[in-house]
Design a protein around this ligand. Structure first.
Ligand SMILES: [Zn+2]
Length: 239
């Protein structure tokens, strides 16, 4: 049974800046088995744990024992949270948040508003802030500014991958479109992006009408004499 709630946990996860976090059930955080190994990672472990599990947290004055450091409480909760969200129940909790879009959407245009999941770049507290992972383009991005200061270790490196291993039916198709750079509607030939003064590698020629290069053989471009080409800043190939 979850503890009803004037607890620190309840107060903490309801802060706007902590929107990415789910609420670790009281009984999970109280179970010593789940916390194995964390004793050495947070100083004053037992007192900090007691403080975050206390059912009466004073939101105005903070921890009343005068000893629990808020930062230690956050670190311990973060480490417990990272473990909890890898459990079946934790994944179910995070799935609700994922489908609701609590973690935001992929900023990549061709991902079409794909919802993302949080992850850490390391599993160690204090090393880097949270990032978000897009399962469509399989890349990572900065999260929205409100939650950007959360520690990435509160989620860990494995979370999104474990999530989709458990819920493979939620894995989206890879993006079908890719951005193509164009100028005035024309695709850029790869030579167009070479510095204007760049020397061509020995043995290579600018493409001509007889060149096997696909971009030019398959199009209606007229052969241009190579003297003129060397002075061109842009080379276009037609669609
Ligand atoms: Zn994406």
């Amino acid at each position: 049974m979850s503890k009803p709630d004037g607890s620190w946990i309840n107060w903490f996860v309801n802060l706007q800046a902590n929107e990415f976090l789910c609420r670790v059930p009281y009984e999970y955080a109280r179970d010593k088995f789940n916390l194995t190994g964390l004793e050495t990672m947070v100083s004053n472990f037992q007192d900090t744990l007691d403080a975050i599990l206390d059912s009466e947290f004073n939101t105005e004055y903070g921890f009343e024992d005068g000893e629990t450091h808020p930062e230690k409480a956050e670190q311990l909760y973060g480490l417990i949270h990272a473990r909890y969200i890898l459990t079946r129940r934790g994944i179910a909790d995070m799935c609700i948040k994922y489908q609701r879009g609590d973690f935001g959407i992929c900023p990549r245009i061709y991902c079409n508003g794909q919802v993302v999941l949080p992850l850490g770049l390391t599993d160690r507290i204090g090393e880097s802030h949270v990032k978000v992972y897009c399962p469509r383009c399989q890349d990572i991005y900065q999260p929205n500014a409100r939650c950007a200061l959360l520690d990435g270790a509160m989620f860990g490196c494995s979370f999104p991958h474990m999530f989709f291993m458990q819920l493979p039916h939620l894995l989206p198709e890879p993006p079908s479109e890719k951005y193509t750079p164009r100028i005035y509607g024309f695709k850029l030939h790869k030579l167009a992006l070479m510095p204007p003064s760049a020397e061509l590698p020995a043995g290579s020629d600018y493409p001509t009408a007889s060149s096997p290069k696909k971009e030019l053989t398959s199009e209606k471009a007229k052969p241009l004499d190579s003297n003129r080409l060397t002075k061109r800043r842009y080379n276009f190939s037609l669609d």
